[in-house]
Each structure stands twice: as structure tokens, then as C-alpha cells.
Ligand binder design. Structure first.
Ligand SMILES: [Zn+2]
Length: 303
């Protein structure tokens, strides 16, 4: 069929197809945005939108990273959506806006988007560098000596399936948590009557049970969430609904599972208000961890 077209028709039709392609890309992004809002991916046993894109939708890591960043950038500047749709903003450029907005909070987002519309990737990058009010984030490149590498490898059985970077982050998290516990201990004498207060003993019990892994369970696959970063203590039954701070009512959830639980308990709108106040810390691999999932069920104590 294509080989029977005249030269002119060939060009007219490919232009039309590319326009359709851009519309479809925008539609897919809209779906991903809604999936992210509802944190539905948790139900499918994946801890983040990024992993949903790679595992379920079969995008490559790079394709998934770009789409997740673009979806995040939508929140910062909704105008990005229409600019992608009309073809004046490339996906990769839109993705770079996500990092830019995070590091340059004072900028008028809509103005920035307008300045890079219609520009090549290289031109857009140069413009963003000029506009940046902070230097680029530091990149720490470390070469680990052999003995340290061996120590790290010896931990791999405790951190099954984790990358070296994730292991290092978990160890740092643990150290920070231990410092916090030491402070809690000092404070425990004047322990408040606050029902939300989780004692050190309860935290230790939960830590032991959770084994440094999110306790969320996918209601669909029945599998436990794999996330080992950004873990936080959470009341299974909220205090407002009669829950207490006993070890049976405390679980450890990753940021995503926590958010999903919140969406289920409070609804998307409430959670969006909450998200705008508190966002997870970011790392170079935040895409894999940041939105790790929330969840609904809970591993039984001792389970
Ligand atoms: Zn989780």
C-alpha cells in the first residue's frame, strides 16, 4: 500500500501519522499520570511507577525514566502537557524540566517551559543551564577499594536483589534510624501521653519483623513489596479510628505503600494536598524508590 503512494502523498501521510503519534504519546502520559495519582501499580506488586513501566508495560529503563519524569513535571507545570501534544516540546526536554524545577524552585515554571519550547535538546539544555539559580547537583563518584567491595558483597544475602547503591542507602538509613532511636531513648523518660508515640521497644520489634523491607502486600498478587528504602512507621488502624501504638498495630511501609494506603483511606485529593507538603527525598535512582508503593494489607506479626 505504502509503495503505491505518490511522493507527495507519502510525505502528507507521514506528517499526519506523526501528529497522531504525538496525540497517542500524550494520551499514554495521561494514563500514567492517573495511575501514579492512584498508586494503582502497588496492586500489581511493583513498588513504583518506574517499575510498572518497565515490568508491566515493557518499556526500557530509559523510556520509563523519561515518562516518569514527564509525569512528575506535569504536576509542576501543567502547560507541559499541551506543549508535548502540539509537538513543540520533546519528551526528553520535558523530562529534564522535572530535575530543573526540583533544583530551581524560584523560577516561574510556565515562563521556563515557554523559553525552551521549539528548541533542540541541546539548545534547551543550554537555556536551562543559563536559567538555573543553583549549580547542578553534586555527583559523587567513588571508587571502592577491593576490601570494601568484598565487605559489600558479603552483605548481598541480607539485601537480596538490591543494587550496591541500595545497600549503601539502607545502611545509611539504618544509621540515621539508630541515631533517632538513641534520641528517643533519651526522651523516653518524659514520654508523652501522645497515643501516636511509638516506643523504641515497639520500633525494635517492628524492625526485626520487617527485616528492613516494606511490609506492604499486594492485594492482587499477594506478594510482599520489595522496597527497602524510605521506610516509615505507620499505624495499621489509625489512632483516629481507635488504633494504638502497640507492636501489633505498627507496620513499616515504603513511601509508595504509605501513599497508596493513604489514597485508599483518605482519597486522592487529600493525598495530593499532603504530597504537596511532603515529597520523598531524591537520589540518582529515585525513580525506582521514591514512589515505592503503599499498600493495603499487612504482614501478620511474626509472619
Ligand atoms: Zn512498599
Amino acid at each position: 500500500m505504502i509503495n503505491t503512494l505518490s511522493d507527495r502523498e507519502l510525505i502528507v501521510q507521514v506528517v499526519k501519522k506523526v501528529q497522531e503519534e504525538k496525540l497517542i504519546v500524550t494520551e499514554v502520559l495521561n494514563y500514567l499520570e492517573e495511575i501514579d495519582r492512584r498508586k494503582v501499580f502497588i496492586d500489581y506488586g511493583v513498588p513504583s511507577l518506574f517499575k510498572f513501566c518497565t515490568r508491566i508495560l515493557k518499556y526500557s529503563d530509559c523510556e520509563a525514566a523519561i515518562r516518569v519524569k514527564v509525569v512528575r513535571a506535569f504536576k509542576a507545570a501543567p502547560i507541559i502537557k499541551e506543549k508535548i501534544k502540539d509537538g513543540s516540546l520533546k519528551l526528553t526536554t520535558a523530562a529534564s524540566l522535572y530535575s530543573f524545577f526540583k533544583n530551581n524552585k524560584k523560577q516561574n515554571k510556565e515562563d521556563v517551559v515557554k523559553k525552551i519550547c521549539g528548541k533542540s535538546t541541546k539548545q534547551a539544555k543550554d537555556i536551562l543551564n543559563l536559567l538555573a539559580d543553583n549549580p547542578l547537583p553534586r555527583l559523587l563518584n567513588i571508587t571502592l577499594p577491593e576490601h570494601l567491595l568484598r565487605k559489600l558483597e558479603s552483605l548481598s544475602s541480607d539485601f537480596e536483589g538490591c543494587s550496591e547503591l541500595e545497600i549503601i542507602e539502607s545502611l545509611i538509613d539504618r544509621h540515621i534510624e539508630q541515631n533517632k532511636q538513641a534520641k528517643d531513648k533519651r526522651r523516653s523518660n518524659k514520654q508523652s501521653k501522645n497515643q501516636r508515640y511509638i516506643t523504641r521497644v515497639v520500633k525494635e520489634h517492628v524492625d526485626k519483623r520487617a527485616q528492613n523491607r516494606c511490609e506492604g502486600i499486594s492485594p492482587i498478587s499477594g506478594k510482599r513489596c520489595e522496597s527497602r528504602t524510605n521506610l516509615q512507621y505507620e499505624h495499621v488502624r489509625p489512632i483516629s479510628k481507635g488504633g494504638d501504638s502497640s507492636k501489633e498495630n505498627i507496620r513499616k511501609l515504603c513511601f509508595g505503600c504509605n501513599a497508596r494506603a493513604g489514597v485508599k483511606a483518605l482519597g486522592v485529593q487529600k493525598m495530593l494536598q499532603r504530597d504537596s507538603v511532603k515529597l520523598p527525598k531524591s537520589t540518582n535512582y529515585y525513580l525506582e524508590d521514591t514512589n515505592a508503593g503503599p499498600q493495603y494489607s499487612f504482614i501478620a506479626p511474626g509472619g
